[in-house]
Design a binder for this molecule. Structure first.
Ligand SMILES: [Fe+2]
Length: 270
């Protein structure tokens, strides 16, 4: 891939987004949210890739994966008016299909097209498919980290913004009541990612977001997480109980160990 390909993809993406713009304020808010999210995920993936000392070429590929990772969100929202995959479509799969259908990547070598399409397809899978080729698994891990780092930003803005300016599709319509589930807390202590099926309240959903730290792959991602203080910020939006406090200590200790202990070199280097 050359720099001109990247320019072409960026222009294509912004035209594509614009084709979904709506005069309905609510719909427009939700579409803009995804367009803006994409922009920040691109920034995150570049930061992580640079820290991992990837080559210029690999960083461009990573940026294209980030640019297209949520492309399925636009047709998803247009058709179903929701970002909830469970009641509409899997937006990773839809994104991969969209890339193929529109033949956007046609200028790239087959191996790069496949890498981008598979990374988009699995960016939102519950876990990373280990069967894929090593190179593809690596880019899937990259996009998952870059994506999570920005989803934390989106949610924090949502929790902290006044009701009128909230993009409605963010909270998945969950009840904002003081409860949280024991079951969800126990997942955290087992260092498991909480599945959406267990979620009953918005507080459970906040705990689910915290559990994503167990699925972060790279040391630079943990560093960004710490720099941005996302854990403490999400915790501050949860009820102030001893249980939540203890869970927060557990999570912070896990992150500290990752930041200190792990060293990930670029696995693509010989
Ligand atoms: Fe996504």
């Amino acid at each position: 891939m050359i720099q001109d390909d990247l320019y072409f993809f960026k222009k294509w993406f912004s035209d594509y987004c614009r084709s979904f713009y709506s005069s309905d304020i609510e719909d427009q808010k939700n579409i803009s949210l995804k367009e803006e999210h994409t922009f920040f995920v691109c920034k995150n993936i570049i930061l992580i890739s640079q820290e991992l000392s990837l080559s210029k070429e690999q960083i461009m590929l990573a940026e294209v994966v980030a640019l297209f990772h949520d492309i399925g969100r636009f047709p998803q929202y247009a058709q179903y008016k929701t970002f909830r995959d469970s009641i509409s479509v899997n937006h990773g799969l839809l994104g991969a299909e969209t890339l193929r259908k529109e033949n956007i990547l046609k200028a790239l070598p087959d191996s790069e097209q496949e890498l981008i399409i598979q990374s988009v397809k699995f960016h939102n899978a519950f876990s990373v498919p280990k069967k894929e080729e090593k190179n593809i698994v690596f880019f899937i891990q990259l996009i998952r980290d870059a994506d999570k780092l920005d989803i934390w930003r989106v949610f924090l803005e949502f929790y902290e913004s006044p009701h009128e300016s909230k993009a409605s599709a963010v909270s998945l319509g969950l009840p904002d009541t003081p409860e949280y589930s024991e079951d969800v807390l126990s997942c955290i202590y087992r260092k498991e990612i909480v599945s959406l099926g267990r979620i009953k309240t918005l507080n459970d959903f906040k705990l689910l977001q915290l559990s994503w730290i167990f699925d972060l792959n790279f040391k630079p991602s943990f560093q960004l997480l710490v720099e941005r203080d996302y854990i403490a910020k999400i915790i501050s939006n949860l009820p102030k109980t001893d249980e939540i406090y203890n869970a927060s200590v557990f999570l912070m200790e896990f992150v500290q160990r990752r930041v200190k202990g792990l060293y990930f070199k670029n696995p693509l280097l010989p």
